[in-house]
Design a protein around this ligand. Structure first.
Ligand SMILES: *[C@@H]1O[C@H](CO)[C@@H](O)[C@H](O)[C@H]1NC(C)=O
Ligand SMILES: *[C@@H]1O[C@H](CO)[C@@H](O)[C@H](O)[C@H]1NC(C)=O
Length: 491
């Protein structure tokens, strides 16, 4: 067996040397082939359970000894944690083997089109065997096949595509894969990207929510600290949007993100003469994505900041933005009391009493989202028992310097400079809808949101050791405070 390997190695080396290319990538792969091929070919992209046929999951669960009944929903934290940890481990094992981990995509249709005569049917047959399906002639082929592979660290992207990939797809393309491609090359049918780890992102703290609870004030005020740089002026979407379904980020994406961080650091240094060294991001919706929570969990150095607020007031504000009828919608949008993407033809409601009457009707989805908040808070608390800072919005309003200095200490910063004034953003005071004119409606809503009050009290107690009179709503004070209005600007 060794003899055969040596021959293949030498022959390949001779062949490549004749082409004037670096031979060490391929010869290193041959020498460590068993190790490189032992690295699990973990999926690198999350697919909801519903997107794959039942037989696929049955097989996977069987192989992994998981009870299929326990992961029915597809979004259970356990199933996600399993997928993320497995991808991360595959990458780690690869680096222990002296390799780098690559996400490769084979254009299956193109290979099929390029293959001639019997090579074509052989390819289709192997494809069917790999997927465990029967492919009859008119059945559409899968368009692309993702394959993760571990290649020696010295291999370049082009060597991975043209030298390593052909060896790794023998189960699909046989011992002489080039024959299937006619005079095309693997470059024409394969794309390869190196992957990185979530911990490679340059982030020290993340403001993860809750939306409409003062997250903009948190982000803008944290940036006033001389040692802090916030990655963007807007909400950071790299984890929730650009990399939404990835189980591991691509190395190029990580590098681009980190370069942007360095630019921000340089800009702040130029503006202030002091180089910040703690990097923060903010996106108030991060807390509610189970996928994002798993990514954050794989950044062990990262600290999380969460602001909570009185649930009825928050519900009223979201209702005002998304569902309340405004006499002049464009004007309301300009004042940012109506969601800028609203379309005048959508259903709107002239009174907040619709929150009760339409709870199981037209506002069912709206309610489902509000009700889910308590579950998301519970999931966060469970996943981050020792690196989550929870504060209540009232603390931002009543004792801003205390809370910001507490936060600074938590993130590993010295206290804020004395002279700093902490402002509030996106705040709309006074009567914003008809809610506060109807005390019985307020009480009914409070009853329906009871779980969230309880959850807030429990995590504030557990994480900060504080008690907040969470049950008093903004309506208790609405006539005593000035009507303020300062979306987008500071109050
Ligand atoms: C292969 O090369 C020949 C001659 O250069 C060309 O005519 C033909 O189109 C090529 N076939 C493919 C599949 O690219
Ligand atoms: C207050 O809200 C309740 C519940 O939706 C509704 O039935 C009642 O008509 C409202 N009262 C006023 C004065 O709007």
């Amino acid at each position: 067996m060794h003899g055969r390997q040596l021959c293949v190695c030498v022959c390949a080396a001779w062949f490549l040397a004749a082409n004037g290319e670096d031979v060490t990538c391929l010869s290193e792969y041959y020498m460590g082939r068993e190790g490189f091929r032992s690295v699990p070919l973990s999926p690198l992209v999350y697919t909801p359970i519903a997107h794959r046929p039942d037989w696929y999951w049955k097989k996977i669960f069987q192989m992994r000894g998981i009870d299929p009944e326990s992961v029915k929903s597809g979004y259970t934290e356990a199933w996600l944690a399993f997928l993320f940890v497995e991808a991360q481990e595959a990458m780690t094992v690869c680096s222990i083997e002296g390799g780098r981990y690559w996400d490769c995509i084979l254009d299956v249709r193109k290979v099929y089109d390029l293959a001639q005569g019997s090579a074509r049917s052989t390819f289709a047959g192997r494809l069917a065997a790999v997927f465990g399906i029967t492919l009859a002639a008119p059945d559409p082929l899968p368009g692309h096949l993702r394959l993760s592979l571990c290649a020696p660290a010295r291999c370049t992207e082009s060597q991975v595509v043209q030298e390593i990939f052909p060896l790794a797809v023998d189960m699909l393309m046989g011992e002489r894969p080039q024959q299937m491609l006619g005079n095309a090359s693997f470059r024409d049918v394969v794309v390869a990207h190196e992957v990185a780890g979530w911990h490679d992102f340059d982030i020290d703290f993340a403001i993860v929510g809750v939306n409409r609870c003062g997250t903009t004030s948190l982000r803008k005020n944290m940036e006033l600290h001389p040692d802090v740089v916030i990655k963007g002026d807007e909400e950071e979407t790299i984890l929730s949007y650009e990399l939404a379904n990835r189980l591991l980020p691509l190395k190029a994406q990580v590098e681009e993100y980190n370069a942007q961080v360095q630019e921000r650091i340089t800009a702040k240094f130029k503006a202030t003469g002091h180089r910040p060294h703690i990097v923060g991001i903010g996106n108030p919706l991060l807390f509610q994505s189970a996928l994002v929570r798993q990514k954050l969990a794989l950044m062990p150095q990262l600290k999380l900041v969460l602001a909570v607020c009185e649930p009825v007031g928050r519900m009223e504000k979201i209702f005002m933005m998304e569902k309340y009828c405004h006499d002049d919608l464009p004007a309301a949008q300009k004042r940012l009391v109506a969601w800028p993407y609203r379309d005048g033809s959508e259903v709107c409601f002239p009174s907040t009493s619709a929150l009760l009457t339409e709870r199981h009707g037209q506002l069912k989805l709206f309610w489902d989202q509000r009700i889910a908040t308590a579950q998301h808070l519970a999931a966060l608390a469970e996943l981050f028992p020792s690196r989550l800072f929870v504060l209540h919005q009232t603390e931002l309003r009543d004792t801003p310097s205390n809370i910001f200095n507490e936060l600074a200490a938590f993130v590993g910063l010295r206290p804020f400079p004395e002279k700093i004034v902490f402002r509030r953003y996106n705040s709309v005071g006074g009567h914003r809808t008809d809610l506060c004119f109807n005390a019985s409606l307020v009480r009914s809503l409070q009853r329906l949101l009871e779980r969230e009050y309880v959850m807030q009290e429990s995590i504030l107690q557990a994480f900060r050791g504080i008690r907040i009179a969470a049950r008093s709503t903004r309506c208790d004070l609405v006539d005593k405070v000035d009507t303020t209005y300062c979306p987008n600007m500071a109050c």
